[in-house]
Design a binder for this molecule. Sequence first.
Ligand SMILES: [Fe+2]
Length: 466
Amino acid sequence: MASEVVNTAESLDFPADLKYLPGFGNHFSSEAIAGALPQGQNNPLICPFGLYAEQISGTSFTAPRKLNLRSWLYRIKPSVTHEPFKPRVPGNEKLIADFNQSNSSANPTQLRWKPVDIPEEPTNFIDGLQTICGAGSSYLRHGYAVHMYTANKSMDNYAFCNADGDFLFVPQKGRLWIMTECGRLEVIPGEVAVVPQGFRFAVSLPDGPSRGYVSEIFGTHFQLPDLGPIGANGLAAARDFLVPVACFEETPCPNYIIVQKYGGELFTAKQDFSPFNVVAWHGNYVPYKYDLSKFCPYNTVLVDHGDPSVNTVLTAPTDKPGVALLDFVIFPPRWLVAEHTFRPPYYHRNCMSEFMGLIYGNYENHMQAKADGFIPGGSSLHSCMTPHGPDTKTYEATVACGENAGPYKITDTLAFMFESYLIPRVCTWALESPFLDNDYYQCWIGLRSHFRKEDCSKASSNQDAD
Ligand SMILES: [Fe+2]
């Protein structure tokens, strides 16, 4: 229980020594004032200090216990105290939560985007969020969306609430200060954060111009992947996930606005207080963050290039065993040691679809054959059964190195992938974007035949001689 710090309105900035609670899937408890949590029951007639009790559920009440997610918030005023929701003017027409022919296209081509410019006009996180691709529908509670944000302005006097799904934030440039109802999360590039469906939050940008990636999942929540034969340890450790501690503000906030994303559309509701008025909370439905540098990667130690699933940080499951609605996979610094093996990713066509981003460095920089065009802040999409793999430079540099590569450590790079079983539709504006690299296909056009037919003849004649 985090009762050592009294986080009141005066301390709602983001100090360098921000406190967190460690763990993943725990039942957490946090008090900004000691004694604020009711003991022995969730919903007493009168809560300590006259607080209101309010539950937020992330699963149906009757979900199996191992999947059941809910938290109890003890707050100065309940969330319901606001004026009616109205459509936000202006909305954000580039946010999609129901993918269909009116807003997106089927496109099997290999797609790659350069980093999107950060606007110069004042733009906050809500207005700077744009959907790139996705599948399914938030209404049907099955699907996902991939967004990017570019922003330069903090959210001031209003909060965002995503009724459609969970957000996974992957900042690429600039820190995020995410104020949530459970407390504060500071997220720096190289860290990720999850704010589950329904939590109210506000994003501040202490570094000014900021850019990053967001995946959104409808109808399920992120879990740690099973480790199978890896054993009981490895990949992302539960204890390295960090959950905020309770803090609150109680000063009047006239004309405070809640912006609710509901079915991909934005609505606003006015209230006269901050939604960050939770003095204590307990439960297992919580925002959290994770430092990707703590990931313990596994890899081949003799031959062949392993499948990228081995570096899954978080997975959002479907009802089919082993099939993900969305996997979050990283390609962190690591040693490459495989013998007589083509070490870069093999050429492949997958039934899953892959959206990739680069947080910093050069992707697969181990051959010093910098893949042209995939640079930090950029992205690529290789959809279901669309072939892809190393570009011509990387292939030629790899084979030219022969068997003499030796152990090599990939450093100073961090790429990631959102991988889904559902086939994404690509938003119209993403296909019309000036940042779309129309020459992407050229990186493979130079791949030439290395087929040596004369060797076949020799092998054949040797066989005849035998
Ligand atoms: Fe791939």
